[in-house]
Structure formats: C-alpha cells, structure tokens
Write a protein that binds this ligand. Structure first.
Ligand code: OXD
Ligand code: MN
Length: 592
C-alpha cells in the first residue's frame, strides 16, 4: 500500500504491540464497505434497517457505560504541564505511552487490525492533513468512511512525508476505569483505549481536527476551530461565508443548515452548508482568511432533530447513515428518537436494547427515553440538500464574519459586533453559556467556554489567545469582522423571546450588511448593536419594543459580567495576553 518508511515503521510497531490475526487496509471502495457492513451485521455490531425507507442505513448500540465524550479521561500529553495549560488534563508522555501500551498490548489477538488512511479536508487540498488510524472495530471503520475521506489516493498524496497523524484505537474491554483518550501533540499521535463511542474513537474528529490540529495551527500559523461554516446567498446570487463557534447544545448544526423564512426565500436568500462542527482556516495568497470543513459527514445529535427544527439534517440521514443509540422501531424496522415526531412507537427497542414502553415515557425523566439524549447519526455530507458547491473544493471559502455565541438568559444582546479584531478575541475568550435542564447539575450556571474550545484546545489557552491576536495582526484590515449572537434571551417567565431557527437569518443578514458597510449600528459599552429598524421583522409576530428589549445592554448585568471575566482570566496567569487584560479594563471603564 505504501513505501512511506515512517508509516511502515509505525504500523510494524502497532502490529507487534497489538498482535492482530490479520491486517486489512481500508481503500474507500464501495465493494470493501459493503463487505464490512455485512461483517458488522454478522458480528452483531450493526443491525440493517429498512432498505426501502432507509437505504444503506444501520443501527448500532454502544455499551451503556460508553455513550459520550469523557472529558475527565481526556489528556494532553505534552513534555511539560505548562504547555497543556490550566484547562486541560495533563500527563507525562513517557508515563502515558507506557500505561496505554500496557493496556493495549495483545488486545487485537484473534481480531483484525484495520488500517484507515484518511484525509481531513479534500484530498490534496493545501488546507488538508492526513491521518492513519488503526482500529479493531468495524463500526469505527464504517463511521470513518462517512466522516473522513478514505482512499488509496491519500497515501499517494502523503508520499514519503512524515506529516501525518498516528491514531491508535483499541476497544479493549470497554472498561470505564481504564478508558483513556490521549493526545501527544508533539508526536502527532492519538491513543484511545476502552471506548467505542464516536467522539472518543473517530480519531479524525475532535482528537485530530481540533486537539492535535489546534496545536499544529499554532506552530504552523493557521487555525483549527470548533466552528460551523455557512454560505449566505443574497438575491443577486452572491455568497458570503460565516464561521461560527457555539458550545454544545446551542444549535450549531441547526444554524449551519438553516432554511430562511418564506419571505426571504421568495426574495432569493438561501443558506449553503460547508460544515457543522469544525473549521480549518488559513490566510490565502490574497491575504484573506479561507476555511475548509475538514470532515466529510455529520456526527449529529439525533434527539430534537425533526423536519421543522432541521429539515436538511433529517434529510441527510435518509441513506447510508449509521444511527447510534437511537430507538429501533420494530413496526417497520426504522429508527425513532424523542422529538422526531409525536408518534411514540408502540413496538420499539430502546437504546439499551430493551423493549420500550411508551406508557412509561415521561419527558422530564431522561431515564425513560427510548433514545439516549446523546444518540447520534453519522450521515454523509453529500446527502445534505443544502451542501455547498465549495464543500469539496480544496481552496476553502473566504470568511467574511466570525460569530461567537452561547445561551445567556439576560446578559448578551441578540447580536453585537466587536469593535475590532482584538476586541473580538476578547469577546471569544470570555464566551460563556448557561447550563440547561438538559444537562445534569444546576440550571442557569454560567460555564465559560472560550471560542467553544475549552474541551478541544490542544495546548495552553493563554498561548491560544495569543495565537488569535497574532493571526489578526497578519490579516490586518483583511480580517473577518467578529460578532456575538445570543438566541436565548428569556422573559420574566423564562420563555425565549427570539424565535430562533430559520428566523436567525434576519440576524445573519445584519451581520453580512455590517461586513459590507451597508447597515448602521449604535455604539455601546460592549460593541456595536443594531438599530432596531435594521433587523427585518417582516412576517414575524414581534413588536419593536420587544426587539429593543433583546438588543439592550444592561450596565448592571455587564458590570457583574466583567467581574466574572476577571475571575475567569485569573486561570491563565502570566500567559493571558496583555491586550486582553487591557480589553477588560476598557470594558469596565465603558460601563462606568
Ligand atoms: C460534538 C461535540 O459532538 O461538540 O460535536 O461534543
Ligand atoms: Mn462539536
């Protein structure tokens, strides 16, 4: 398959360590995929779904102890603890290699070692990178075939280069006590043991495309961000691109695939999806910032996805999709999850594999759900009705605006524009979201999640902020404008004021108008807020006073916010860039 000595040497080491019965290279062909699907069904790893209603679709259940990413078992193993910074778990690389190799030793005995050569980003794109994952799981292989670009061509593009990421995954015994997801950014290496859950084992995604890639981007002068990428087409047919970062449970996939309100559709507005989770961005030859989505599919949360909340995501799951931990509707051999529709299935198997009794279902009690709240679909991006023409093009799309956001009941206005790049980095570094009833623990607790990268930054976040500032200096006046949005302001009864979903298009239009110098704004202590008349409320049941209310910047709330940001900043110690400290002082002064 390859003459690349660095690859052959590592694979030799892996074979010796893991002692598989055989080694199979994955070539990305439909023929091999079909054989592996059949094998997975035979092994009981997948169940084939209704071929007429869901062609090429399969159901998988993970071990009930293994249903989500495990942040407390995720480590950044840099030479020093300082390099990993205060927001990551750290372990010494030598100690961790030994520990993980001891866990994985001999674990492929009687099994097959699958070797998956994959490209993150269009194969051969100057913005793409290559990885090789070895795994003993057919489920992982089939998911990687959807989420990344797997092909023999990947090895051709790699040639004899050593610029590729090593990924070792071993299911071992799915033992939660010995589950580790470890990153060695200085060796371009990832090791994941004792898990079979996507976020921990599809090593191209969070592990490579964010944790390792953020480190590479820092060293090589580019950016790997937890951002969707969308293209907004105006009635003239021009498309402008936006990259947006939100913590989980804030609707990133929904925004990426938004369908504008009818009156805007009729005028010719449209959203094109480039990516829903990760963005790799580099400065192009013309000095502007260009982005690709390094992934090739969507690993989306199923519950809550329906034809109203996200028609395009639902359509994407109608063929060649793997569903994980959703309910199995036996009446027609399809799938179901809470929020798909109101027809609770009468004859279903829940995500644990037990018969499900709809009479016992209580929305407020997650333990009665048929689908796990973090159940997922792995769907090919090419299925998405609004996938952008640029998705497979290697040069990337030029980013006009970067948008940050989170859930804030009272604090952030619907939208505001930062005063400049440096101020925008400050906004991103202070980003926060309030916990919802959907997550365990108290409701309304503010969690700071800078640039939505808290669980995904592969190095010290102080250095990460510095890197953002440096990128801004290089971009100069060609830098994208930076905004913050908040769809989640609530009234006194706790109801959301802004309708969200497709109506967020009204805010995106203001953002693009600002980028093009076409919309006015009011300067406030935190940045530029729209003039209420510049947010188009056509066909919306909202009056100007309500809109004004969600555009307000309450000085008292923001004074408290500034104090909390000061507390949050203490974590970063000396590594907090002076510019950001100055931004905070400036905010405090503006609020006086
Ligand atoms: C994801 C996440 O799965 O951010 O995308 O957890
Ligand atoms: Mn994500």
């Amino acid at each position: 398959m390859t003459k690349n000595e660095t690859v052959l040497k590592w694979l030799g080491e892996m074979e010796e360590l893991l002692t598989p019965d055989k080694v199979v290279w994955i070539d990305g062909s439909d023929e091999q995929r079909d054989q592996l699907r059949a094998l997975a069904v035979e092994l009981g790893e997948l169940e084939k779904l209704n071929e007429e209603k869901l062609p090429g679709c399969y159901l998988h259940r993970t071990n009930p102890n293994d249903v989500a990413r495990v942040e407390d078992r995720t480590f950044i193993c840099t030479e020093t603890k300082e390099e990993a910074g205060p927001t990551n778990n750290w372990e010494d690389p030598a100690k961790m290699y030994k520990k993980l190799y001891d866990i994985a030793r001999g674990s492929y005995k009687g099994r097959t070692m699958y070797v998956i050569p994959y490209s993150m980003g269009p194969i051969g794109s100057p913005l793409a990178k290559i990885g090789i994952e070895v795994t003993d799981s057919v489920y992982v292989v089939l998911n990687m075939l959807i989420m990344t670009r797997v092909s023999d061509k990947v090895m051709e593009v790699l040639g004899d280069s050593n610029d590729w990421v090593r990924g070792l995954h071993s299911r071992c015994d799915i033992d939660p006590e010995n589950r580790y997801i470890c990153h060695f950014p200085q060796d371009n290496t990832i090791i994941s043991v004792n898990s079979g859950y996507g976020g921990n084992v599809l090593l191209g995604k969070k592990c490579f495309a964010l944790r390792i890639a953020s480190y590479q981007g820092w060293k090589e002068g580019w950016m790997a961000e937890h951002m969707l990428i969308l293209g907004l087409q105006n009635p003239k047919g021009e498309v402008k691109y936006i990259a947006a970062a939100f913590p989980s449970a804030c609707g990133k996939t929904n925004l990426a695939m938004l369908i504008p309100p009818k009156y805007l559709r009729d005028k010719g507005y449209k959203i094109w999806t480039v990516g829903d989770d990760i963005s790799w961005m580099r400065i192009g030859p013309d000095g502007y910032l260009y982005a690709i989505n390094p992934e090739n599919g969507f690993f989306g949360v199923a519950p809550g996805t329906n034809e109203h909340s996200n028609f395009n995501a639902l359509e994407s799951t109608k063929k060649n999709t793997i569903f994980t931990n959703v309910a199995h509707d036996l009446s027609d051999n399809t799938v179901w999850w809470e929020g798909l529709n109101k027809n609770l299935p009468e004859n279903a198997i829940d995500w644990r594999g037990n018969p499900w009794d709809p009479a016992k279902f209580n929305k407020a009690d997650k333990s009665t759900c048929a689908a796990h709240p973090n159940s997922r679909f792995t769907a090919p991006a090419e299925n998405c009705p609004c996938i952008s023409d640029e998705f497979n093009k290697g040069q990337g799309v030029r980013i006009s605006a970067i948008v940050f956001g989170g859930r804030r009941a009272k604090c952030a206005p619907l939208v505001y524009q930062s005063k400049n790049w440096e101020n925008g980095v400050f906004v991103g570094s202070a980003m926060a979201s309030e916990t919802t009833a959907a997550a365990a623990g108290a409701v309304g607790v503010v969690r700071r999640d800078p640039m939505a990268m808290l669980p995904f930054c592969g190095y010290h976040m102080g250095d990460y902020f510095r890197h953002w500032l440096e990128m801004g200096k290089k971009l100069g006046d060609k830098a994208p404008k930076i905004f913050n949005v908040n769809w989640f302001r609530t009234d006194d009864e706790g109801n959301f004021i802004w309708p969200g979903f497709g109506d967020n298009m009204r805010v995106l239009n203001w953002i693009i108008d600002r980028c093009e110098g076409k919309a006015d704004a009011t300067e406030t202590a935190i940045g530029y807020v729209p003039k209420p008349e510049d947010i188009d409320l056509t066909d919306l049941d909202m009056d100007m006073d309500t809109l004004k209310e969600i555009l307000t910047v309450d000085k008292e709330i923001w004074t408290k916010e500034a104090e909390e940001i000061e507390e949050h900043y203490k974590k970063f110690g000396d590594k907090l860039p002076e510019e950001l400290r100055a931004q905070l002082e400036n905010l405090k002064a503006n609020l006086k």
